[in-house]
Design a protein around this ligand. Structure first.
Ligand code: PMV
Length: 342
């Protein structure tokens, strides 16, 4: 009997942090509002995929950091179902996926965006190797759109640096289906941002992002939120272009606090911030007032604080983190990362 060929692929993708937040879905994993994020340099997922066309039904095996991770399988199966029309090889065969993060598993950094983006890139590479058709170039829009099906924010992790996802009148080629690179619109000040992640609490969140998105469907402030996100998108694009850090900081903080305000006013309401998150916010604001240094913060759907500042003030900010913010962090843990346009 002829032995089946094993097809191999390796891919990686960065995590991203949203400044204008995607919060609420419509149709098939499309956002109800535009969002803007930047990718990180050190927080990445690396994925190896191997595929053998040997069986009638698809068999999937998934290892995360060397261990079988059952919790990821339903998400993986959902993604594979969604990718089937574009990657027919996923109908049958044996798929072995090994994935690992360059950041600690319990760091509280959202990993679904980088994980789904890396996985889709790996699967697409297998598809390309198996496919006979000529139209199998790595296509940025296609890959971003496929990553979106795994996790919305993943469509912003397939492109480097600043990415806009979601339709807005402010950017002609914007789409709900994929992210668009906007680095060419961005002032150099915003191409060298530092992101120091204050690990307030590690561990699993009490309410998942999927549940949070679903609660936006009947949220009493839904319309107001959609309007606010559109306004912030326009304002952020302007601030990024002009190199206006004060305007940037205003939008960044309003978005983070609105996201958490929406959680607190959902039905049922919930909180993901911790007392130390608020203490860190107050500490950051009073340091900024006292020293007139450009720095700001944002939060994802969790208690950790992303402290964001231009590279040029790094030497002044690092001792502040050390002395005033580290004591608020779990095990005094801060993860030093930065924007990447690679
Ligand atoms: O991509 P998801 O479904 O994990 O949702 C991400 C939601 C936020 O991280 C809170 C905001 C965003 O735009 O990344």
């Amino acid at each position: 009997m002829e032995r089946q060929k094993v097809v191999l692929a390796k891919a990686d993708a960065p995590s991203n942090i949203a400044i204008v937040k995607y919060w609420g879905k419509q149709a098939i994993q499309e956002p109800v509002n535009p969002s803007i994020s930047f990718t990180l340099s050190r927080a990445r997922t690396e994925t190896k995929v191997s595929y053998t066309a040997v069986r009638k039904e698809l068999k999937i095996d998934f290892l995360f950091e060397g261990k079988r991770k059952k919790a990821f399988i339903p998400k993986l199966e959902k993604l594979i179902q969604a990718l089937l029309p574009r990657m027919p090889f996923l109908q049958s065969g044996e798929l072995f996926i090994e994935s690992s993060n360059t950041f600690p598993h319990s760091s509280g950094i959202a990993s679904s965006a980088s994980a789904m983006a890396a996985l889709v890139k790996g699967l697409y590479s297998i598809h390309q190797q198996l496919s006979q058709d000529d139209d199998s170039k790595m296509d940025a829009q296609k890959i971003s759109a496929m990553a979106r099906l795994g996790s919305g924010s993943a469509c912003r992790s397939t492109l480097p640096g600043w990415v806009l996802w979601g339709e807005t009148a402010e950017y002609a080629s914007s789409s709900n289906l994929y992210g668009c690179s906007i680095n060419e619109l961005v002032h150099p000040l915003f191409l060298q941002l530092q992101d120091s992640i204050l690990l307030i609490r590690s561990g699993a969140k009490s309410v998942s992002s999927s549940a949070g998105h679903a609660l936006m469907k009947d949220h009493p402030y839904r319309q107001g939120r959609i309007q606010q996100a559109n306004k912030h998108t326009a304002e952020l694009l302007r601030a990024l272009k002009m190199g206006d850090f004060t305007a940037f900081a205003g939008i960044c903080e309003a978005e983070a606090l609105s996201l958490h305000g929406l959680m607190m006013s959902s039905s049922p309401p919930y909180t993901l911030m911790a007392p130390e998150s608020l203490a860190a916010i107050e500490t950051i604001r009073s340091f900024r007032l006292q020293h007139n240094i450009p720095l700001t913060f944002t939060l994802d759907a969790g208690p950790n604080i992303h402290l964001i500042y231009p590279n040029e003030v790094k030497q002044e900010v690092l001792p502040f983190i050390e002395d005033c913010l580290k004591p608020l962090c779990e095990n005094k843990t801060v993860i030093y990362d930065e924007l990447s346009i690679q």
